[in-house]
Each structure stands twice: as structure tokens, then as C-alpha cells.
Design a protein around this ligand. Structure first.
Ligand SMILES: [Zn+2]
Length: 329
């Protein structure tokens, strides 16, 4: 237990044979400077340290004690480590403000105090605060970009997948299914049927909803005149989302937009229906994640769940063995 905590002690006392205990009120006491105890056995920890909480009875013929370890405020006893430690799910954060203050004062302090903060939080004026661009997750487990959640197993901030499906094509080098050439796949493809609802993976803003097009010009053999037209290519109908940290998300090959602009809530707002527009061989969802500097990263590295469909081989090609644009099957 830690300083400031209260604990109710209970003790079952049986009277010694021959002793008259019928009228005696049990007396509680604390051995060691660790706290106080009321006549009913409610112990209040006031000072860190080790001590005992005892009960005396039956003209002091009966005495029972419980060992108590009081940790500094905010810390709890870790029986495995056999020491006071931060409560589960929090971490000691070195107090820079306090150590700077003690360095200024003439008296040197043996150790700078630490406080226990949720993962990714920092200390400011003796309190845990989330760094800029992040806030406490809904379950208060960690500081993550706003709208993200905390994965306790991997100890990472994660986003929710745009669809609750497995993926068929991973991020990395692959043989493009339509172009039949070695290309770098800059996102992942989800196996979805046509017209599936797609959710926003994060809190953010839709900054583009439209089609990727290309100008294609053909020369008329008879007249010699050039005729140009725009065709939908690449991602086809797609949505570009800007997250709270200025990172970008792309959902592509859509058939219909359900939302075309404005703010969106992660894992809540439905933004589009899946399709097969652009360079696509069938209905699927192409999903990309870019860092603010536009570096494309593997979405699986930040998704709360990311599983390759069992019937698919999701291994990528070795970039040392294959060349970009090389023909493949
Ligand atoms: Zn794709």
C-alpha cells in the first residue's frame, strides 16, 4: 500500500481458555512510524516504511500482528520484485523539473523523485502530461495520437482497421496482379465484397474525395488529329484522410463516397463503400498509411489487428532478387 491509502484490518480472535474476555474491547496499535489505526482497525498509511499493525485482546494474553509495507505515495508493493514500484500499466518518469530545482538549491538531494505515468506521458511540474499532438486514450491507458487506442500486448498506440477483414496482399515488393510487373505495394489490400462499408481508421479530416485520372491521347490514323480523354486509373475513387498528427491515410478503389469532407471519428464514421475502380482486378480495399513527410509505412505496424487471409501467401518478394518493373507472373 502507499502513503495516504486506508486499509481495513480484520482479525478473528479466540479467547484463551480460562481467560475472561467477555467485556474487553480489542486495542489496535501500530508498530513503526507508518501510520495510524482507529479503534475499529482502519489503518491509514501516513509515512513510507515497514511496520506492523497489531491487535491486543484478553488482558494482553492475545496479540496478533500483520506486517505492512507502506510505499511512497503513488507507488505500490511489487511482490515479485520485492520493492515499491509503479502500479501496473504505468511507468516511473524521471522528474526533470524537480531535479533541476534541487540542483539549484545548495542542498543536494540523494535521489530525484519520480512519478508514475501512463506510457508515453512526460512529467511537467510534478504531473503526468501527454506530449503535444497526443492525449489520453479513452481507457486512460496511455498517451496516443487523439483517437488512437493502446495495445497492452504490444505496448503500442494503434488505429482500428478500416474494415473488419483479413488482407490478401501485403505491404512491400510483389508481382502486380494486373500489370504483371514487379511493383512495390505501398499499402495492404483487404478482401472485401463489393459495396462493403468502410470506416475511418482514425479521428481526422477528409482532405480529398475524388478519382485518380489520367489523360490518354490517341492519334486518329485517318485525320491525324489527336483526341484526348480522361480515364480513371490507379486508385480509382479514393479518400485521403489527414490524422491529428498530420499523417495521411488512403482508402482506394471505392464505389461510393458516404462522406466527402470534414471531420471524422475513428472506428465510428462510415466514409465509403468498397468497389473496384481504377487499376483493380476485382472488389477489394487498398489501404495506405503515410508519415507526415509522406513516407509510406506498413499499415500492419500500426493496426490493432492485421491478419493475412488463410488462403493467401502474404510473403513479400526479396528486393535483392527482384527488380522493379521486371516482368512477372
Ligand atoms: Zn493495393
Amino acid at each position: 500500500m502507499s502513503v495516504g491509502e486506508k486499509m481495513q484490518f480484520k482479525a478473528k480472535i479466540t479467547c484463551l481458555e480460562g481467560a475472561d474476555c467477555s467485556r474487553e474491547i480489542p486495542r489496535w496499535s501500530v508498530e513503526g512510524e507508518i501510520g495510524t489505526v482507529s479503534s475499529t482497525g482502519l489503518f491509514t498509511a501516513t509515512k513510507e516504511g515497514q511496520g506492523k499493525v497489531c491487535i491486543s485482546y484478553c488482558q494482553d494474553k492475545v496479540k496478533a500482528c500483520a506486517e505492512v509495507i507502506v510505499c511512497p505515495a503513488g507507488l505500490v508493493w511489487d511482490s515479485e520484485l520485492q520493492q515499491c514500484a509503479c502500479p501496473p500499466g504505468t511507468y516511473p518518469v524521471y522528474s526533470t523539473t524537480l531535479s533541476a530545482l534541487s540542483a539549484l538549491s545548495a542542498q543536494s538531494q540523494p535521489e530525484s523523485p519520480t512519478i508514475c505515468c501512463p506510457p508515453r506521458a512526460v512529467e511537467k511540474n510534478g504531473k503526468c502530461v501527454c506530449p503535444e499532438g497526443t492525449s489520453l486514450t479513452r481507457d486512460k491507458a496511455a498517451c496516443c495520437p487523439t483517437g488512437w487506442s493502446w495495445d497492452k500486448t504490444t505496448q503500442k498506440c494503434v488505429i482500428s482497421p478500416p474494415v473488419d477483414k483479413c488482407y490478401t496482399s501485403p505491404f512491400g515488393l510483389r508481382c502486380h496482379p494486373k500489370l504483371k510487373k514487379i511493383k512495390k505495394h505501398e499499402g495492404i489490400d483487404y478482401k472485401v465484397s463489393c459495396g462493403s462499408k468502410i470506416k475511418s481508421p482514425v479521428d481526422g479530416k477528409i482532405i480529398f474525395a475524388g478519382s485518380q485520372t489520367k489523360n490518354v491521347c490517341k492519334k486518329n490514323k485517318e485525320t491525324g488529329k489527336k483526341k484526348c480523354s480522361q480515364i480513371v486509373t490507379g486508385w480509382g475513387k479514393y479518400i485521403k484522410i489527414k490524422g491529428v498528427d498530420n499523417e495521411i491515410y488512403i482508402v482506394a478503389h471505392l464505389s461510393k463516397f458516404l462522406k466527402e469532407s470534414g471531420k471524422i471519428k475513428g472506428n465510428i464514421d462510415e466514409i465509403a463503400l468498397s468497389g473496384t475502380t481504377g487499376t483493380s482486378t476485382g472488389c477489394h480495399l487498398h489501404f495506405e498509411k503515410w508519415e507526415p513527410d509522406k513516407t509510406k509505412i506498413d499499415p500492419c505496424s500500426i493496426l490493432s489487428s492485421c491478419e493475412c487471409c488463410p488462403e493467401k501467401d502474404c510473403t513479400t518478394l526479396d528486393p535483392e532478387k527482384y527488380k522493379i518493373n521486371e516482368k512477372c507472373k
